[in-house]
Structure formats: C-alpha cells, structure tokens
Design a protein around this ligand. Structure first.
Ligand code: NDP
Length: 446
C-alpha cells in the first residue's frame, strides 16, 4: 500500500474503531484520491479528504414498537448526514439485522461520490435500523416504521434530508414512513423518494437502479466495440435491483442464468425469461418466499449456501449486498472468461477482488458509478415533486439513460490511463470528488 494511504488510513481506523466496512470504503477512495490531491494541492491545504471522511452529523435513536403478541421490541435507528456541500442529504434507509454504524457510514460515504456523479444537486446520507422485516406481519412492519419516523421526522425535510429505499425498504415501507411523516408534520412534501405513483412517486424509480446498472454495462462494452446481445449474465440477489437488472438484460438480448437470495442461488442454463421473472417478482414482492421455490417450479439446479460466481459467464452483475465477491471468486470469474462486472449493489467486491479485476483489465464498473441510476431517478422524483408535475415513463427512462451515459463519460475522463485502459474506480472516485471538493472550498471551513 502507498505509505501516504497507509498513514491516512491509520488515522481513520483510530478515529472509527471496529467500523470495517467504513475503513474499506474510505481506503478504496483514498487510493484513487491521494495521488490526485498531491497534484492538486488546494484540496490538500483545505484538508478536504479528512473532512469528507467525517460525517457532518450522526443521529442514533431508540425505536420501540409492539409486536403482534403485544410484546415490546426495541431496535436501534440511525441517520448519517454525511455531506451537504452540493445539495440536501440524500440516500436510502436499510432495514436488515446486520445494520450498524460502520455499515451505514460506508454507505453514506459512497453516496456522497455517487450523488455528485449523477450531476444532480444532492448531498450524501444513509440510514436504517437493525430491524429484520423477514417473517414480520404487515402490521408489525407498519408499527416499526411509524415508531422509526416518530424520531426521524425532526431531522429530515424536502430541503434538508430526503431518504429513500435500500435493502428491506421497498414500496410498502416507504408508504408507512411517508404516512407517519405527513401525520406528524401536516405537510405533503417530497420528503421521501420511492413513493407510490398515486402519491408523488416517479415512474421508473423502482426500475432505475437495475436498469441503470445494465445501461452502464452497455456503455462499458461499447468502449471495446462490444454489446450485451447474446451475452451470458450472472446476477446475484432477487430483490429490487436484481429484478430490474434481469428485466433490462433480457430486453437488450442478454441471457440471465442465475438469481439468488441469502440462502443460495438457482442456475437456469436456458435463461430466465419474462414469464419466469414474473414468477420471481411475485415470489419476492408479494409472497415474500425463498428463491429455492424457483428451482422446484422450473426443475433447475438450486445450490444452497453458494453464490452465483462459480457459474461461467460473460458478465457478472452483483445486486445483493456488500462483500459478496471475494478474491477467489473474482479469480474464478476472470478464469471463466468474464469480461465485464457492473455492480448493482454497493461495494459488492472486496478490495482484493477489485485488485483482481483491475489487474486482469476487464471492464469493471464500481457501484458508485454503475448503480447511481437509482438515486439519480430519486433526484428526478424530487424535481417532479417540486414542480408538482409528473413526467411520462419514456421521459424519465430517457433522462436516466442520458445520466448513465454522462456518468460513464466522467469515469472515462478521469479514469483513462496512458495505456488507454479505463480504470473506472479512479474515474468514479475522482470524478465524484471534484465537484464536492470545490463546493466545500467555496463554502469555507464548515
Ligand atoms: P432488496 O432488499 O430488494 O433485495 C436484496 C437482495 O439481496 C435479496 O435477494 C436478499 O436476499 C439479498 N441479500 C441481502 N443481504 C444479503 C446477504 N447478507 N447475503 C446474501 N444475500 C443478501 O434490496 P435492493 O435490491 O434494494 O438492494 C440490493 C443492493 O443494491 C444493496 O447493496 C443496496 O445498497 C444496493 N442499491 C440499491 C438501490 C435501490 O435503489 N434500491 C440503489 C443503489 C444501490 P434475502 O431476501 O434472503 O435477504
């Protein structure tokens, strides 16, 4: 490791003990930025890197609620307001038993760069709770969401901080959260994104992250005169991002052969078609069942406790969670001929796995660029809410597509090496940094 990065990371680790995912996210960014900052000393003098790695505000609160048996349950709620240099804090809420301060700080940190890359005026934030929605009734989820919002409402607002969905937070949860906010504030505003179409939501928002990651793969392939048509694609996850990545890959002529959840994955060598995808959507969004049922219904293989990366593919799209591709899996993907990785999930590849992809010089699109379509469309939802005018499906999709192309262009601008190789990690980190850093300098030491 570059000794300058090592020294910087020693301070970060001492100040934020035990927050491993946060250390990982900061290190990846520091490796790109420290050489860039050396060449641009104004950022060094203003200590931008040190400031950007410190949240502007961290809120931690108790979330008590009553389960269906009348028993009191207690969870912990968080909101990390990371950076507001270029706009109100913006970023999702995650409900998952693994949620802790370090995971949310990594996500909030990534969000700052991602939101800047979209070109829209959004700062970075993230929040959530260690509440596990799995196995809970709709009423329990509602009571939890109401209690969570009863504290969160005083910290957010359409011009202050605008949360959205993430793992465990979809349309149902956003509905319950919005209802409680409205009741407490007596205001109908665009305080959350991912809302239902009838009450302020944007068309294409549910599809946006998965569609965007697919558009990004398409852009990366085009730099090598290639396209998605005919490619075999492994996708992990079977939630919001995975479902719509699958839909767009199918539409563009690729063949998706895997789908997974936290228990295992299914391998369908004939490819998941529109009808099978409908089955997954119903299974996951309505019945809230396990992906194993796909294998039983369609008579394909189910590999319990395994991840899709052991399957030979041209393109890998991780769309489940952080650190879901390790070094060995990255090596196996490359060995099996994978030419492109487009990350739908946040930080799915370990630092070692990223090293494998960069050394092999395959097309590697990190999450903060490849999955930025979700938050970009949230930004478009905020615009529509402010104007009180909805745009058509085609209009939003076209804007999303243009934004993904522009993010790709920014990555090419900042990430192209003398050899011609495009290092999308450097491209996304430096491209996302410059706008935020300049705004921070302009706004003084705050
Ligand atoms: P969902 O909750 O809709 O789906 C998550 C999927 O990932 C489920 O299939 C889930 O399986 C699986 N999963 C979750 N945790 C784990 C784990 N620890 N190990 C293995 N599988 C796991 O979430 P989203 O689709 O919204 O989010 C997926 C990823 O995309 C996250 O990294 C998120 O941060 C990122 N992202 C999401 C955006 C959005 O707009 N929603 C925007 C940008 C990034 P199971 O059902 O078993 O839990």
């Amino acid at each position: 490791m570059d000794p300058r990065v090592q020294q910087f990371m020693a301070t970060i680790k001492a100040k934020n003990p035990g927050e491993n995912e946060f250390h990982q996210a900061v290190q990846e960014v520091a490796e790109s930025l420290i050489p860039f900052i050396e060449e641009n000393p104004k950022y060094k003098h203003a200590k931008i890197l040190e400031r950007i790695a410190e949240p502007e505000r961290t809120i931690i609160f108790r979330v008590p609620w009553l389960d269906d048996k009348g028993e009191v349950q207690i969870n912990r709620g968080f909101r990390i307001e990371m950076n507001s240099a270029i706009g109100p804090y913006k970023g999702g809420l995650r409900l998952h038993p693994t949620v802790n301060l370090g995971i949310l700080k990594f996500l909030a940190f990534e969000q700052v760069f991602k939101n800047s890359l979209t070109t829209l005026p959004m700062g970075g934030g993230k929040g959530g709770s260690d509440f596990d929605p799995k196995g809970k009734s709709d009423n329990e989820v509602m009571r939890f969401c109401q209690s969570f919002m009863s504290e969160l409402f005083r910290h957010i607002g359409a011009d202050t901080d605008v949360p959205a969905g993430d793992i465990g937070v979809g349309g149902r949860e956003i509905g319950f959260l919005f209802g409680q906010y409205k009741r407490l504030k007596n205001e109908f505003t665009g305080v959350l994104t991912g809302k239902g179409i009838e009450w302020g939501g944007s068309l294409i928002r549910p599809e946006a992250t998965g569609y965007g990651a697919t558009y990004f793969a398409q852009e990366m392939l085009s730099t090598r005169g290639d396209k998605l048509k005919g490619k075999v694609v492994c996708i992990s996850g079977s939630g919001n991002v995975a479902q719509y990545a699958t839909e767009k890959v199918i539409e563009l002529g690729g063949k998706v052969v895997t789908s997974s959840d936290s228990n295992g994955f299914i391998y369908d060598p004939k490819g998941i078609d529109a009808e099978k995808l409908n089955f997954i959507m119903e299974l996951k969004n309505v019945r809230r069942g396990r992906i194993k049922e796909y294998a039983e219904k369609y008579g394909v293989e189910y590999l319990e406790g395994e991840r899709p990366w052991i399957i030979k593919c041209d393109i890998a799209m991780p769309c489940a969670t952080q650190n879901e591709i390790n070094e060995e899996e990255a090596k196996l993907l490359v060995k099996n001929g994978c030419i492109c990785v487009s990350e739908g999930s946040n930080m799915p590849s370990t630092i070692e796995a990223v090293g494998v992809f960069l050394n092999a010089q395959i097309l590697y699109g990190p999450g903060k660029a490849a999955n930025a379509g979700g938050v970009a469309t949230s930004g478009l939802e905020m615009t529509q809410n402010s104007m009180r005018l909805p745009w058509s499906r085609e209009e939003v999709d076209e804007k999303l597509h243009t934004i993904m192309k522009n993010i790709h262009k920014t990555c090419v601008k900042y990430g192209t090496k003398d050899s011609g190789f495009i290092n999308y990690v450097d491209g996304a980190n430096i491209g996302g940094f410059v706008k935020v850093a300049n705004a921070m300098i302009a706004q003084g030491v705050v």
